[in-house]
Structure formats: C-alpha cells, structure tokens
Design a protein around this ligand. Structure first.
Ligand SMILES: [Fe+2]
Length: 232
C-alpha cells in the first residue's frame, strides 16, 4: 500500500532479504505539477496499490536508480506501457533484455522537471562475487518537499527491523546512522570521487531522507548524511 509522506510524495514497501537478512525495500512515488507520477525503484505492486497509484496521478516515469534495483521495473512498465523506463548508467549494458526507454546520463542535467539528480560517482560494494564498482546509483532530490531519495548508498536500520538485522547493522554499519556499511567502505576504491559526490549531495537543501533499506529520516537528514559519510 502507498503511504503518503508529504503533499506530493508517497512510498510503498515490501519485504526483501539480502545476504540472509531482512532488509526490506521501498519505492518512492513523486507527483509533479501536471499530475505526472515518477516511480523510483519500483517494487512488486498489488492491485490495491495500483488502484491507489491511479487515484493520485498518471505514471509517466519509471526509474531503475542503480544497476541492482531493476527487478520489478519491467512489471511496472507492463502495467504502464506508456511510461518512460529510465535506467541508471550501465544498466542497459548489464541487462540488455530490460524494456529500457532512456538512459540517465551522468552529467546531472535535469531530466524530469521538478526533480534533480546526481550520479553518485566512485561508489562500490563488496558482494559475493568480490568488489563491484558498477552500481552506478543515481540519487534524487525533490526540492518541493526537501527530500533526498537514496537507494543503496546509505542504510538506516533501527528497532523496527528484526533483531538479526539490527545486530548485523550494529556490526557492519547502518544501525541508527545514515551510512553505507563496511561492505561499501571496503568495496569503494575511488574515495575522492565519492567525496566529490557527497559534496554535491550536500549542496541540495534537503531535510528528509528516503532510502530503499531502512527507516525514513524526517529531520536533520543533511547532518546525518554528512556524519554517515565522514569515513570517506
Ligand atoms: Fe538495495
């Protein structure tokens, strides 16, 4: 089900396991002035959620924000075939079978009026297959609601998550801090590029932070992001 976060911004969540841990995942829906809806990091939507979405506006943009979060985008595109499926840089190469319409370019130029974005350059993670620096996450800023929208570049787990997830986050990072985990710290080689990306994010005037895995931060998001990235 959709949950309204601000006048023109909603989220919907679903359970998700990663490396055996319940981390959940979240999509964000932004309504633009013309009732156009932008769906960032789609989840598997059920009928009641589709009805809710249809009530609030018209789905015109579906965004796979990085090279990991694309699984449910084709389903969304099937439900809303006229919507533009935007892909993070490199995703079309990684998954050529996806019904991608447009690639987000890395130059930061505004691609949808009312939303700003940035390619969070230099970021990597350590996964089952070793270091991966091809996440290519685009982060988004919705000026109207002063909201920063992240996917995998920072986590924020708290007591609302299962105890095992809490424990893991306490050990590897991301427990009650808006930060990447040890896996990203180990997987990121180009720290200077990350520092440059962080400064660009901090130039945005945001208060709230929505991330894919963790609890939404309503206040002091900028300070918390800055602190969470102090390691870099
Ligand atoms: Fe993720």
């Amino acid at each position: 089900m959709l949950k309204q976060i601000d006048k023109n911004i909603w989220v919907a969540e679903q359970p998700l396991r990663y490396l055996g841990l319940s981390v959940g995942t979240r999509m964000t829906v932004i309504r633009l002035n013309n009732r156009e809806l932008v769906v960032i990091s789609p989840i598997q939507v059920d009928e009641p959620t589709i009805e809710q979405i249809n009530q609030i506006g018209d789905v015109c943009h579906i965004i796979a924000p990085n090279c990991y979060h694309y699984l449910f985008a084709p389903n969304f595109k099937q439900i809303y075939p006229k919507a533009i499926f935007w892909a993070a840089p490199g995703l079309a190469f990684k998954k050529p079978e996806l019904p991608i319409d447009k690639n987000i370019t890395g130059d930061g130029k505004s691609f949808i009026n009312g939303i700003e974005y940035l390619l969070f350059d230099g970021f990597g993670t350590l996964g089952l297959n070793g270091i991966d620096t091809t996440i290519n996450e685009c982060v988004f800023f919705h000026p109207e609601s002063r909201t920063l929208i992240l996917t995998d570049i920072a986590f924020h787990f708290d007591e609302s998550f299962p105890l095992v997830t809490q424990l893991a986050a306490r050990i590897i990072g991301g427990y009650k801090t808006l930060s990447p985990s040890l896996l990203e710290k180990l997987g990121t080689q180009e720290k200077e590029k990350v520092r440059a990306s962080v400064s660009q994010v901090l130039a945005w005037d945001f208060e709230r932070v929505i991330m894919a895995h963790g609890s939404i931060i309503e206040n002091q998001g900028k300070e918390r992001f800055k602190t969470g990235y102090a390691h870099f």
